[in-house]
Design a protein around this ligand. Structure first.
Ligand SMILES: *[C@@H]1O[C@H](CO)[C@@H](O)[C@H](O)[C@H]1NC(C)=O
Ligand SMILES: *[C@@H]1O[C@H](CO)[C@@H](O)[C@H](O)[C@H]1NC(C)=O
Ligand SMILES: *[C@@H]1O[C@H](CO)[C@@H](O)[C@H](O)[C@H]1NC(C)=O
Ligand SMILES: *[C@@H]1O[C@H](CO)[C@@H](O)[C@H](O)[C@H]1NC(C)=O
Ligand SMILES: *[C@@H]1O[C@H](CO)[C@@H](O)[C@H](O)[C@H]1NC(C)=O
Ligand SMILES: *[C@@H]1O[C@H](CO)[C@@H](O)[C@H](O)[C@H]1NC(C)=O
Ligand SMILES: *[C@@H]1O[C@H](CO)[C@@H](O)[C@H](O)[C@H]1NC(C)=O
Length: 826
């Protein structure tokens, strides 16, 4: 009896808790305070007080109710936080939704409606699409205000970004100030009168635009990658008073959002249920340093390094706390204040390979020497640069914004000289510097304008490390010093090619063996992690994979060393001039290359300890040895650059013709992405040409759709064959198999594509292959019959690639132990 009363008692308590915590409505009867929240009726979104990170301030925010990562999508009181959520309250009052702060109940945020005509009580309902709607609670439910009209930094599906034609104003998405401060930051996205989205810095400087909306193609001019997007349905609305975009998600189960990020980039993210994380798959501008003034005054932005921002020598972050929270906008300040006017000695610090800041105050024609001395003499001159070509001298008297350091390979760029207190100048005698230093110093005496210009050239070279050549430090891998590789490659002078992960240079070791040295870019990993990863790659050995010979890791200098292969890469044998007499490769060799490549990939996918996804299969990455045995190059590198898939996507822009659709649809990438690229390449082996080609009359020929048509309509399979092989006795059985398997490989559904081991078995004739269906995305391209935006653009860059001598690195001695896959499948 007693126990049942107790049970009922607890039941009632839990019932009250459930009842009170599952309403979706703020009304006269329900206010938000303390830990109370409202949840949308389907349980998707939640609204209540939150505290970002380690901040001590509270905000009214909206977030996903069911995701394991707290993700705020809307903030009401962005710049008026409250200190105590228990005494603050969000409620309906005076025809508005208002937030009252603290014991005095001061109103600090409100929906700001002035009309008090409504007599009916109001309610604010949180809906499942993430909209908080204030309306009358009578049967008409007249909407008075909705949070979709007042976005913070996130644009949810169903939301609108509106341009008001009468006022000429746009709604904006504005980034947070930093990770812990949702108040409006410097970066904003808005719609302009020409129907283009643009991103502005501090409401003024535009640094990215989507280009106007093209009603015909239903795309933004500068965002062609929207084309192959199976997630979003964008639509545009316009009448006399307003225009706006909205979007929906085809599959309502997918969770997705657009964010104006702290980084100054607009980002599209989808939730990956299996990984429990947000996957970034599209962002603009692509490069961090394209974001205007990202690193603030005197901050130097470098795309290929992490962190992206750094301060020049003699400077420090003006607020380390802000930098730690991801806000670099305050930039750098001098460690020692300039006391120029008092006649102190100043120096000029050279910053090389710079993109110059905007708007120099003075530009005059003068020699280098005059340029330097003019700036030195004038205390308000903070920086100068001299352009040898035009003999022009530019100088700046204010803080310089938008400093950007270009890559080492980039031949452009200027040297910017920045004024520093002499005590902060690198001193010639310390021996710490290994760079060439030029600085001028001025001696002012007793306020008399008597100046002496000193130019001191100090060349310091010192060897940081002993030579380590030949030292086998990590298993069978040799560790090289940077200096050694610099010598071997004649200071990286003979470039063999550039790839997604860095450029490749030819080199010769002192023992006169030829090597190919890959200088990696964008490696964000720590030393230990890098070595671990490289050693892993070094242990992957297969007759159809190039073998890593050694590496170099000194600070951010990361290089990989492979054997040099004079026979080059597949594209150089395949895509030779069609008019030449040569037939490129005979059919037998092509089939052998297709099979060998498939074996190499199958080994990467199945036989290694962790499945390795190559991510960049294309003819340029298939090298051939003297026997025309194919060797897959560049594997394992996608992992080295980290799990940020968008980053990989960025680096793979040039090879989009080989990219599987899931790269742009935002799902996690699996080994089947390689299968897709392999299929594309297999078609090229058959036709002997790039899949996408523009003919003389301007038509775009897309071979895979041609092939798919022949295959699905029982056409003449021989018509697909490289015309140069016409006279050759080609095994039709093999040709059919190759075409069919290629068509299976490029199916949209990953589950419809075979695995690489199945491909091997099919090509070996062990497995039968059924007639393939027409791949859907290719079907779409055929249907619309317009120019194939997504595929054509790559052809120019890839043909440029193919005309270059290609990198080649291979292993002559890799006929070693681990050829199990080869044996078992033979
Ligand atoms: C408040 O509660 C009363 C009684 O439970 C109910 O009649 C009224 O409709 C509620 N008001 C709102 C706005 O929900
Ligand atoms: C708010 O109230 C909860 C319990 O109702 C309490 O645990 C918490 O410490 C209070 N917070 C503050 C800041 O007073
Ligand atoms: C942004 O612009 C305002 C004037 O509109 C100016 O006062 C402010 O200093 C600017 N912010 C920065 C970081 O330059
Ligand atoms: C895309 O959205 C528009 C407007 O909401 C709608 O009319 C259209 O049917 C949608 N298209 C698809 C394919 O769902
Ligand atoms: C334009 O459309 C909006 C609704 O989307 C409507 O409120 C407004 O009255 C329309 N303007 C004109 C001139 O039709
Ligand atoms: C969308 O939802 C479907 C079904 O839940 C899922 O299979 C697919 O992976 C999701 N796509 C994305 C991009 O999350
Ligand atoms: C010093 O430099 C500033 C800006 O760079 C310029 O406006 C000023 O005229 C210069 N003064 C002299 C004396 O050259």
């Amino acid at each position: 009896m007693v126990s049942s009363i107790v049970t009922i008692f607890f039941f009632l308590i839990s019932l009250t808790i459930i009842v009170s915590s599952t309403t979706d409505t703020i009304s006269d009867n329900f206010t938000i305070s303390g830990d109370k929240t409202i949840i949308s009726s389907g349980g998707i979104f939640k609204l209540g007080f939150f505290k970002p990170g380690s901040s001590s301030k509270y905000y009214i925010g909206m977030w996903y109710n069911q995701l394991s990562q707290p993700t705020i999508v809307w903030v009401a009181n962005r710049d008026t936080p409250v200190k105590d959520k228990n005494t603050s309250v969000l409620k309906i009052s005076d025809g508005n939704l208002i937030l009252l702060d603290g014991k005095n109940q001061t109103p600090i945020w409100s929906t700001g409606l002035t009309s008090t005509s409504s007599v009916s009580p109001l309610k604010a309902v949180l809906s499942d699409d993430g909209n908080l709607v204030l309306s009358t609670s009578d049967s008409s439910a007249t909407v008075l205000w909705e949070s979709f009209d007042h976005p913070a930094h996130t644009w949810l599906p169903g939301g609108k970004i509106r341009y008001d034609k009468r006022t000429g104003k746009s709604q904006k998405l504005i980034s947070w100030k930093n990770q812990e401060d949702p108040s409006p930051g410097l970066f904003s996205l808005e719609l302009d009168v020409s129907t283009a989205y643009k991103i502005l810095w501090n409401g003024t400087n535009q640094y990215w635009s989507s280009g106007p909306w093209n009603p015909q193609s239903q795309l933004f001019d500068s965002v062609p990658e929207m084309k192959l997007n199976y997630i979003y349905n964008f639509s545009f609305f316009s009448n006399a008073t307003e225009s706006y975009f909205t979007y929906s998600i085809y599959n309502h189960l997918n969770v997705s959002r657009f964010v104006m990020d702290l980084s100054g980039q607009i980002k599209q993210l989808t939730w990956l249920e299996n990984n429990n994380e947000w996957n970034l798959f599209w962002s603009q501008p692509r490069q961090q340093c394209e974001v205007y003034a990202y690193c603030g005054s005197f901050g130097i932005c470098r795309d290929k390094s992490q962190p992206f921002c750094l301060c020049p020598r003699g400077f420090k972050p003006s607020s380390q706390k802000d930098w730690d929270l991801g806000d670099f906008s305050a930039g750098c300040v001098r460690k020692t204040e300039l006391q120029c006017a008092r006649g102190d000695i100043n120096g000029f610090l050279p910053l090389s390979k710079m993109k110059l800041p905007e708007k120099p105050e003075v530009v005059v024609v003068s020699s280098v020497g005059n340029c330097a001395s003019a700036c030195l003499r004038n205390c308000s001159c903070k920086a100068y640069a001299h352009d040898g070509g035009s003999n022009r001298c530019s100088s700046w008297s204010k803080d310089v914004l938008n400093l950007k350091q270009l890559d080492d390979d980039n031949s452009e760029g200027y040297t910017l000289y920045v004024r520093l207190a002499a005590s902060d100048m690198p001193s010639g005698g310390s021996g710490k510097s290994n760079k060439m230093m030029i600085f001028g110093a001025v001696l002012g005496s007793l306020g008399v304008i008597a100046l002496v210009l000193l130019a001191v050239i100090v060349i310091l070279r010192y060897q940081r490390r002993k030579r380590m050549r030949g030292e086998k430090s990590d298993g069978s891998l040799a560790a090289f010093s940077y200096r050694e590789l610099q010598n071997a490659t004649k200071n990286f002078s003979d470039k063999l090619g550039g790839g997604g992960f860095g450029s490749v240079f030819k080199g010769v070791l002192p023992d006169s063996s030829d090597i190919a040295v890959k200088r990696l870019e964008g490696i964000s990993q720590g030393e230990k992690q890098f070595r671990t990863e490289v050693v892993t790659i070094g242990t992957i050995q297969h007759v159809n994979l190039v073998r890593l010979r050694g590496f170099c890791s000194e600070g951010n200098k990361k290089l990989l060393v492979y054997d040099y292969m004079p026979n080059g890469s597949l594209d150089s044998h395949l895509f030779i001039n069609q008019n030449e007499e040569k037939i490129g490769l005979v059919w037998k060799l092509r089939y052998q290359i297709a099979l060998g490549t498939a074996r190499g990939l199958a080994y990467l996918h199945d036989e290694c300890r962790d499945c390795i996804i190559h991510c960049d299969i294309k003819p340029e990455n298939i090298l051939v040895d003297s026997q025309f045995c194919p060797k897959v190059a560049d594997f394992g590198l996608a992992k080295l650059v980290g799990r940020d898939f968008s980053r990989v996507l960025t680096t793979m822009r040039g090879t989009r013709g080989y990219l599987a659709p899931e790269w742009i649809s935002g799902v996690a990438i699996t080994a089947k992405a390689d299968v897709y690229s392999y299929g594309m390449m297999l078609f090229e082996l058959v036709s002997g040409r790039r899949n996408t080609e523009q003919s003389e009359n301007g038509n775009v020929r897309f071979f895979p759709s041609l092939a798919a048509t022949v295959l699905t309509k029982d056409g003449d399979i021989r018509s697909l064959l490289d015309p140069r092989l016409e006279t050759e006795a080609v095994d039709i059985e093999e040709l059919t198999r190759a075409c069919k398997v290629a068509c299976w490989c490029i199916q949209d559904e990953e589950s419809h594509r075979p695995t690489m081991s199945q491909v091997v078995q099919i090509l070996e004739g062990v497995l039968e292959v059924n007639p393939p269906p027409f791949p859907r995305s290719i079907q779409a391209l055929v249907d619309t019959n317009e120019d194939v935006v997504f595929f054509t653009e790559s052809s120019s860059s890839s043909s440029q690639n193919s005309s270059q001598k290609q990198q080649s690195h291979a292993s002559s001695s890799s006929s070693s132990k681990k050829t199990t896959n080869n044996n078992s499948s033979a």
